[in-house]
Design a binder for this molecule. Structure first.
Ligand code: ADP
Ligand code: TZD
Length: 579
């Protein structure tokens, strides 16, 4: 008498899961609900199934833009932004944004499908063959590959931890095509997933480091605080403001730290930057590196005689990375910890009393500020024809003041530098821009992520060259009907539109088609296009865009002679002695 085969019965009952499902489950388990990507082999079904499972899947026209979106979503939310790409070319398109995330200390995970390991490793010419893991590694904070479905949970957990703990950065996760189709018992799969506990643990600064820093600051005659985008990232807004206000120390915000305190704050020394940097005696850096953006802490900007000479300042550096101090000049008081914990430790210590900086210092700064602000007001009040950067940005400045909740994206050279100094920000993490590399191309990707993560309207001020790097994503903006108002400051070229080819054969390398109608690109996809030649037209169109929340592109035609080579960093252009 035969017995019933138990195997058959149990097979029929066993619930199976697969690699696709486990990736989705692992992300969702960790509170990740949005994917920025571009479908294709082998991840098309992953995008479909993620969407069916309730995740927001934002599909772009080019992976670089999806990647920039993911990187800034990481900055804005403190959760790793996910960029999903296909193998080799899609991966490479996304790689720029991975490097960008690592450079800017933004948490992001680039997940790329990859081809068959055994074929790739023998270089037998697989479809989209590439050793992606090896290529990503030097550009990422960490890079992992998962080969078995039961390891997906660990792979995603490791990627999340690496992206957000300590100094945040870009993480690469390689998922070969074969992984997605692997089936395993659903219960086993479920058990293999990890919900990451405390992914970005607090890092409490050592009490003696806190004391050393405050002793140095207390003894300063001309103290200065510099807030960087690390301070914005930390989301310790109230404490940072309290520290600045209770100490009474003047502060400078780096570009993406603008709005941490309103730019109109009386302690902002932004309008006297070139005075305070060389004059300060003790500088407290909070989440800002002494890289090129701060002239490496030395040279003429800091009062040094030659370009490598120290200006004599003492530095306090508050940073989560223990390796950051002394990277360019001596740091006398490094404070290693997360900014929230460090600033709260400072506040605890100064509660017992703090004397404001000498009036002489504050008065000297105020004098410069008042003079510079008045000079700027005069320039902004002019109404030249054709419109120039200043007259256009005077309108933008008013619109931002009236809409302080709006997100603000900015890229270009002159379009960046003038906007940064003219347009005040009033709230933390509203201004997002070219970041540490001064990279062009973040524009439309940032707009999408800003709209999606904050649910606020977005204003983007773009140089015409800058816009071109991601311009096709206006289709994406229209497709998802995002409340984005793009202003292209159009001066017919890179920096300006007046160069000519001395041989008379071709257009010069820096010039574009004259009078290009960028607004029609937005109209092509159902958005609103506006051609504006005066500040009044620009203002009206921006007001209407913010009111209607419709995707809008305003082609703001600027004098093509306006602007300088490379904006404010002309000095970085190598010029040969021999002309
Ligand atoms: P900016 O360009 O605005 O000057 P940087 O990108 O150069 O700013 O510097 C940001 C710094 O902030 C980095 O050195 C990074 O390690 C640090 N940082 C980022 N997040 C935190 C955090 N939560 N706590 C402490 N430091 C942080
Ligand atoms: N490529 C990338 C990825 N990043 C860059 N920064 C550059 C090229 C070089 N570059 C700049 O540094 S600014 C800029 C380029 C091409 C464009 C400047 O022109 P624009 O702005 O039209 O965007 P303005 O206002 O006319 O100066």
């Amino acid at each position: 008498m035969g017995t019933v085969e138990p195997q058959v019965a149990s097979d029929a009952q066993t619930q199976l899961t697969d690699g696709f499902q486990l990736v989705i489950d692992a992300l969702k388990l960790n509170g990740i609900d949005t994917i920025y990507g571009l479908p294709g082999i082998p991840i098309t079904d992953l995008t479909r199934r993620a969407q069916a499972e309730g995740m927001r899947v934002l599909s772009f026209r080019h992976e670089q833009n999806a990647g920039y979106a993911a990187s800034i979503a990481g900055f804005l939310t403190q959760k790793p932004g996910i960029c999903l790409t296909v193998s080799a070319p899609g991966f490479l398109n996304g790689l720029n944004s991975l490097a960008h995330a690592t450079t800017n200390c933004f948490p992001m995970i680039l997940i790329s499908g990859s081809s068959e390991r055994e074929i790739v490793d023998l270089q037998q010419g697989d479809y989209e063959e590439m050793d992606q893991l090896a290529i990503a590694r030097p550009l990422a904070k960490a890079a992992y590959r998962v080969l078995h479905a039961e390891d997906i949970g660990v792979g995603i957990a490791r990627a999340i931890r690496a992206a957000v703990s300590g100094r945040p950065g870009g993480v690469y996760l390689d998922l070969p095509a074969k992984l997605f189709a692997q089936s395993i018992d659903a219960a086993v799969g479920k058990k293999s997933l990890i919900k990451v506990v405390d992914p970005a643990p607090k890092q409490i600064p050592a009490p003696d480091a806190v004391k050393r820093a405050l002793d140095l600051l207390r003894g300063a005659k001309k103290p200065l605080i510099i807030l960087g985008k690390g301070a914005a990232y930390a989301q310790a807004d109230a404490d940072i403001r309290a520290l600045v206000e209770k100490t009474g120390i003047p502060y400078l915000p780096m570009s993406m730290a603008k709005g941490l305190l309103p730019d109109t704050h009386e302690q902002s020394a932004a309008a006297a930057r070139s005075y305070v940097l060389p004059e300060a005696d003790v500088v407290m850096l909070i989440g800002a590196r002494l890289n090129w953006l701060l002239s490496h802490g030395k040279g003429k900007t800091w009062g040094g005689k030659g370009h490598k000479d120290w200006g004599g300042q003492k530095f306090i550096q508050v940073d989560i990375s223990p390796q950051e101090a002394d990277s360019n000049v001596r740091v006398d008081a490094p404070v290693v910890g997360d900014i929230g914990s460090c600033v709260s430790a400072f506040l605890n210590e100064i509660r017992s009393g703090w004397s404001k900086p000498p009036a002489e210092w504050l008065n000297a700064i105020n004098e410069r500020k008042t003079k510079n602000i008045a000079k700027m007001a005069e320039t902004l009040a002019k109404n030249p024809s054709p419109m120039n950067f200043h007259s256009a940005l005077a309108a933008v400045r008013d619109i931002v003041k009236a809409n302080p909740d709006a997100m603000f994206v900015n890229e270009g050279a002159n379009a960046l530098d003038f906007t940064r100094s003219i347009v005040d920000m009033y709230q933390p993490r509203k201004r997002i821009d070219v970041g540490t590399w001064g990279i062009m191309g973040i524009g439309m990707g940032y707009c999408v992520a800003a709209a999606v993560t904050t649910k606020q309207p977005v204003i983007a001020i773009e140089g015409d060259s800058a816009f071109g790097f991601s311009g096709m994503e206006v289709e994406t903006i229209c497709r998802y009907n995002l409340p984005v108002c793009v202003v292209v400051l159009n001066n017919n070229g890179v920096y300006k539109g007046t160069d000519v080819d001395p041989t008379g054969r071709d257009p010069a390398p820096t010039v574009f088609v004259k009078n290009a109608r960028y607004e029609k690109l937005m109209e092509a996809f159902g958005g609103v296009g506006v051609y504006a030649t005066t500040p009044a037209e620009l203002r009206k169109a921006m007001e209407e865009a913010l009111r209607s929340k419709k995707p809008t592109l305003i082609n703001a035609v600027i004098d093509e002679t306006a602007g300088t080579e490379s904006g404010r960093i002309t000095s970085l252009n190598p010029t040969a002695k021999k002309k």
